[in-house]
Design a protein around this ligand. Structure first.
Ligand code: HEC
Length: 161
């Protein structure tokens, strides 16, 4: 134990520059404050405001769109508190409770174009015209949902707390 006994003692006797310590504390303090101020921007979830000219959504129409197996197809991948749970997907996070995790603008962006949150996303971008060459003729030049339909879906999702 020769080493363990002597080493800390030598350290304690080392002369300290108080000025240096204070200046350093100040620099660290300022750095911490700047860091804190920029945190909200770094933490904020990506989101999208309601586009001008689009009316607030109707949650009942939104629920119908989510459950609709021709248009929304949400239940191919997600489960949601609507219809028969046995015929719902488990590829994606359950939509139950999603209104508690994400706010309206965050939900809107995910429906409009989830690739803006996750570039690898498997979820269709419901508000973007898909420029991919293999899009079926009927869908070329069109979005899957209109801006109003996105609004309706979002209006229902925010109720899922
Ligand atoms: C082809 C599969 C697929 C379809 C169809 C689909 N989604 Fe998704 N969705 C996903 C996946 C996968 C995620 C997980 C995040 C990611 O990878 O983008 C996701 C994420 C989400 C999220 C964020 C969930 C969270 O907890 O962060 C919401 C909200 C959402 N989807 C709603 C919908 C709605 C509403 C529809 C129908 C209009 C729909 N999705 C259709 C695959 C899909």
């Amino acid at each position: 134990m020769a080493f363990g006994g002597r080493f800390p003692m030598r350290f304690n006797r080392m002369p300290r520059s108080h000025l240096h310590t204070r200046a350093w504390a100040l620099v660290r303090g300022v750095g911490f404050a700047v860091g804190l101020a920029t945190l909200p921007a770094a933490w904020a979830e990506p989101s999208l405001p309601r586009p001008p000219g689009v009316a607030p959504g109707d949650p009942d129409r939104g629920r119908e769109l989510v459950a609709d197996r021709q248009r929304g197809l949400c239940l191919l991948c997600h489960s949601a508190p609507v219809g028969d749970a046995r015929q719902q997907g488990n590829l994606a996070p359950p939509l139950a409770g999603v209104g508690g995790r994400l706010d309206e603008a965050e939900l809107r962006l995910r429906i409009h174009d989830s690739r803006q949150v996750n570039p690898e996303s498997l979820m269709p971008a419901y508000g973007v015209v898909d420029a991919a060459p293999r899009v079926a003729q009927a869908w070329r030049g069109k979005t899957i949902f209109s801006a109003q339909q996105i609004e309706d879906v979002v209006a229902w999702l925010v109720t899922l707390k």
